[in-house]
Ligand binder design. Sequence first.
Ligand code: SAH
Length: 349
Amino acid sequence: MCSTMTDLAEKLYKEQTLSKRELTELFNCDTDTAERLRSLAEKVRIENYGCDIYVRGLIEFSNYCKRDCLYCGIRRSNQNCERYRLSFDEIMECCDEGYNLGFRTFVLQSGEDPYYDDDKICEIITAIKSKYPDCALTLSIGEKSYDSYKRFYDCGADRYLLRHETANKAHYEKLHTKSQSFENRIRCLKDLKQIGYQTGCGFMVGSPYQTDECLAEDLLFIKDFNPHMVGIGPFISHKDTVFKDHPNGPVELTLKLLSIIRLMLPKVLLPATTALATIDPRGREKGIMAGANVVMPNLSPVSVRKKYQIYDNKICTGDESAMCKNCLDLRVKSVGCKIVTSRGDSKNV
Ligand code: SAH
């Protein structure tokens, strides 16, 4: 049994894919196999990206949201969420600070906030790209039309993060309201890639109603979609949501999935997410050791950080958060890697 399992890790390394059944076997593998998966994934990360860990400055510019995703703390129907929007100047100040810290990628993330219409988003993109032409700009602002995505791209946005959340339609419908469709989520991802964005998809590990079969479908979807980036992190419950009593996603499974994704798509960009670091004090380090090669510290003003609470107990929201860069440098060094301040484009082209 043991050797068969380890063979599966070797097979994944050699063939860069597995069947649905083999994948679900790996999710439940013994610790020896988990360690084999991890070390193969680390080796593949090093072969493709060396010891470089890319850093992205995350700017959470609005927590208003017209959607009502059942798992998310900033969902429309959460009356306890104190809403905020950053002004144009505040967003630019975040970039100035990030640039001085050495960041060469900015990620603009928000709820789906109609206040920022296409003209306003274009104005922000144009301003950031003309002030900092050496930086990459990533958007993570949800579902839009093809034409909106195209306008943002033509203004200079380089990358777009839109997690598919789950590749199983029935599961998707259990996590979202009727106004949201699986088909539209996937349409968005295809449009983004077709327009020319470096595109990121992803999902939560341990979300309500998720089965091993759903996870295997996620991985096969990702393999087939062949994105430039994949964001995965554990589900973490939020006290003001329908899923407040649902347990958090497991750390070990998240790490295994990071390794599997690294082996399926050797050149993909793979963040060690804040969610992983929130449920495990060494989450970032463990994520990197499992094959991740990106970290995304928060650049939002300290005054608003606690308000962008998509799940409970999110880290780096207190006064100490100005020190995030130093703290990350040390963490990354402790696992034999180094933070680099280049744009950090994906090699998965
Ligand atoms: N509105 C944007 C950004 C959403 S927040 C969009 O739709 O893309 C970014 C990601 O956080 C989501 O895609 C989701 O996967 C994750 N997230 C939301 N709630 C979460 C929770 N309770 N636990 C863990 N991750 C969560």
